[in-house]
Ligand binder design. Structure first.
Ligand code: ASP
Length: 335
């Protein structure tokens, strides 16, 4: 008989990568200086209620803090997520991840995952050993969202602090608060409370199966792109250093509405003159950097509503193929 409750539960592939959600500190009041130490299986064991909503298969891709994730690991995560999603018996994928660079992995996956099945990225702001640790409930909520039929086709989702946020828009906006993921302008897609998931919105930007970006099975590297921060009195040396290092693109975390200081303007001219893509985003954190009349003559691209770190993700994927400035701008307009 294949009728047991266990067999009726959707199968969720749980991919562990590390982060605070998998970390332990020496005391329950210690909220920093913790160590990533818990295997992904043990995160599930710590929340027995999860067994009533899903059956799990596990993969530990790495167990590190997210600011240590490099290109090789990012690509490995993406290849493994695609591989799990391609298995018929797998209903959804949940990825546990450090929050520092969670938005970068989530947006990258949003562009290269080729499936409509739900993919949820989740983390925690407090280590598992802390008073009021947020990881267990965030994980329960992530799985609730992953097994919710309405989550299909919405691109990669970030679940933190009771909110369901599109990977395109999720960004970390606080260093320590459990309500760390802010969604300026666009708002969250929905909310989750226990097993109850309520959606209010769907993302309109291209993602997953509607995204043109696709990783080759053997894809082992991505074009190098640097982010440079602009400020009063900036010099051109960092632009020169980036170009000498052989970057294929530069994203400027510009002041205000993506303004260029004299040094950044000189850097942009140098970059474009060498065939290196130059995207101007903003260091402000809210609002769009819309194309200006000066962009095309200068050969510069406007990042629209992508923050610098997400603009870098899109630019690296865009540079996998030769594209001129106008083609790049079109991508930033559409994605
Ligand atoms: N240090 C952590 C990380 O791996 C922060 C976190 O997970 O909240 O990104």
């Amino acid at each position: 008989m294949r009728n047991s409750l266990a067999e009726q539960r959707p199968v969720v592939a749980l991919i562990g990568t590390g982060g605070t959600i998998a970390s332990i500190a020496e005391a329950e009041t210690q909220l920093s200086d913790y160590t990533v130490s818990s295997a992904v299986e043990s995160l599930i064991t710590a929340v027995p209620a999860l067994g009533s909503i899903a059956a799990f298969e596990f993969e530990q891709v790495c167990n590190i803090e997210s600011h240590s994730i490099d290109d090789a690991l990012l690509l490995r995560i993406a290849h493994r997520v695609n591989a799990w999603l391609a298995m018929d018996h797998v209903a959804a994928v949940v990825i546990t991840h450090g929050t520092d660079t969670l938005e970068e992995t989530a947006y990258f996956l949003n562009l290269v995952i080729k499936s409509d099945k739900p993919v949820v990225v989740v983390g925690a702001m407090r280590p598992a050993s802390a008073l009021s640790a947020d990881g267990p409930l965030n994980l329960f909520h992530a799985v609730s969202v992953a097994v919710c039929p309405e989550s299909a086709g919405k691109g990669v989702l970030v679940v933190m602090n009771d909110r369901v946020i599109a990977a395109r828009y999720a960004t970390k906006g606080h260093t320590t608060n459990v309500d760390a993921f802010v969604i300026p302008e666009q708002g969250c897609l929905g909310v989750v409370s226990g097993r109850d998931v309520q959606y209010f919105n769907a993302p309109l930007r291209r993602h997953t199966i509607r995204s043109e970006f696709r990783l080759d099975p053997g894809q082992a590297a991505l074009p190098p792109v640097d982010i440079l921060h602009d400020y009063q009195g900036a010099g051109t040396h960092l632009f020169q250093a980036a170009l000498q290092a052989g970057v294929r693109g530069i994203v400027l975390a510009g002041t205000g509405n993506g303004s260029l200081s004299p040094a950044a303007l000189a850097g942009a001219r140098l970059a474009v003159g060498q065939g290196v893509a130059f995207v101007r985003a903003s260091r402000v954190g809210q609002g769009s950097v819309r194309p200006s009349q000066r962009d095309a003559p200068l050969g510069v691209v406007a990042a629209q509503s992508l923050n610098p770190q997400k603009a870098r993700v899109l630019l690296r994927l865009a540079l996998l193929q030769p594209r001129d400035r106008d083609a790049l701008q079109l991508l930033f307009d559409e994605y």
